[in-house]
Ligand binder design. Structure first.
Ligand SMILES: Cc1ncc(COP(=O)(O)O)c(C=O)c1O
Length: 392
């Protein structure tokens, strides 16, 4: 470690995704670890990007994003949430949700402010808070049903609390927060005058009867919520990193002050292509959900046959599978074993708890081709309980 490294970074380490993806590559394992599709993104969106490049839309975009994309985001909000956004004042296009998250935290958190983070969390949340000089306060969602622990949330709020970081649909647990839960969070946020930063990147990946509700649309929440999304998940183009943040004008202005000095603007032709993507609307979304529902069913069945305790997630493209029936309590050891010996990589969610808590579960991603899931299924079928293994 260089002696020049700033103190605020010293405890960050390498992300678990980088580590497991490298291990998967080294052992030629099927990578159900990191959350990205192993299939091509839609041709009509790639064609739109090529057309934008050839039309010479290749110079800096306005910092807040190209107007056609902001208009498309507004049309999407009107269609899904019957909410009219102000295209000039309430939308910021960012370089992925990753940038929007850090910009949102830097926009509202002062040094010493506390930010509530639910565990398990998306791994960027604690570093985002720490980089802003804030203090993360963790509230653990209890497995197996992951219901909101209202009293624990209430107890975590102090006079120093500034914000709550929410994620629905939730990575890694696949939960879509109910209206009743969101109302409880909203009421506490209003009572204590808190900002809610709501990460909704999986908003379109919901199954069966689940309904995604942005907390920003609940009474009294619009002026205190920053809603973050990403086109990468919905349109299977995670490498393009086109995300966006939606918030009332004063919060958007604060976020844009950060964004202008962090990236200034995101790639112009890719923003233009995402106009076509968002406008593909319901027909595209129906197809996407049908595709993922089939992959979800295949993976859940494979895991269940292999002896995992598993329930189909209501949202996202992740499944949490309980390995304890197979004799594994340590999720890192289990994921290493699966990757290096069985040839299927997964993510150990203890990386998503500040204290390394072991829930007994490991996370698999089903944003994969049918043949990838089938190949993983045949390997998982070879799993036998650890008491017949020398696990080392
Ligand atoms: C919950 C959550 N938030 C944010 C992101 C980052 O999104 P992006 O790739 O658009 O930066 C991810 C990506 O996996 C995610 O799962």
């Amino acid at each position: 470690m260089t002696p020049f490294m700033a103190d605020r970074l010293k405890h960050f380490g390498t992300s678990i995704f980088t580590e497991m993806t490298a291990l998967a590559a080294q052992h030629k394992a099927i990578n159900l670890a990191q959350g990205f599709p192993d299939f091509a993104g839609p041709a009509f969106i790639k064609d739109a990007a090529c057309a934008a490049i050839h039309a010479d839309l290749n110079q800096y975009a306005p910092s807040q994003g190209v107007r056609p994309l902001r208009e498309a985001v507004a049309r999407s909000w009107a269609r899904h949430h019957s909410h009219e956004l102000d295209v000039e004042l309430e939308i910021t296009i960012t370089s992925g949700a990753t940038e929007a998250l850090l910009a949102a935290v830097l926009a509202v958190v002062n040094p010493g402010d506390e930010v509530i983070i639910f565990e398990p969390y998306y791994d960027a949340y604690p570093p985002d808070v720490l980089m802003a000089g804030g203090v993360p306060r963790y509230v653990r969602l209890p497995e197996p049903d992951w219901a909101l622990p209202v009293e624990a949330l209430r107890a975590a709020i102090t006079p120093q609390t500034r914000a709550i970081l929410l994620n629905t649909p939730h990575n890694p647990i696949g939960k879509v927060w109910s209206q009743a839960e969101l109302l409880l969070v909203a009421n506490l946020a209003i009572e204590h005058n808190l900002v809610v930063i709501s990460d909704e990147v999986y908003e379109r990946l919901i199954f069966d009867a689940a309904v995604h509700l942005p907390i920003a649309t609940l009474p009294g929440m619009w002026e205190r919520t920053i809603t973050i999304s990403s086109t990468g998940k919905t349109f299977s183009l995670t490498g393009w990193k086109i995300g966006y943040a939606v918030a009332a004008a004063p919060l958007s202005e604060a976020l844009q002050r950060v964004h202008q000095f962090m990236t200034f603007a995101s790639a112009t032709p890719l923003q233009m292509a995402m106009v076509t993507a968002l406008d593909a609307g319901e027909a595209y979304e129906r197809q996407l959900i049908a595709f993922y529902a089939a992959r979800r069913a295949e993976l859940v069945e494979a895991l269940s046959r292999a002896g995992f305790g598993v329930a189909a997630p209501a949202g996202t493209y992740f499944v949490m599978a309980d390995g304890r029936a197979l004799g594994w309590n340590d999720d890192v050891a289990f994921c290493r074993y699966l990757t290096t010996t069985l040839g299927v990589a997964a993510i150990p969610p203890s990386a998503f708890y500040h204290d390394g808590y072991q829930s007994g579960m490991i996370r698999f991603c089903f944003a994969k081709k049918p043949e990838t899931i089938a190949a993983a299924a045949s390997k998982l079928a070879l799993l036998v309980p650890t008491d017949t293994h020398d696990v080392g």
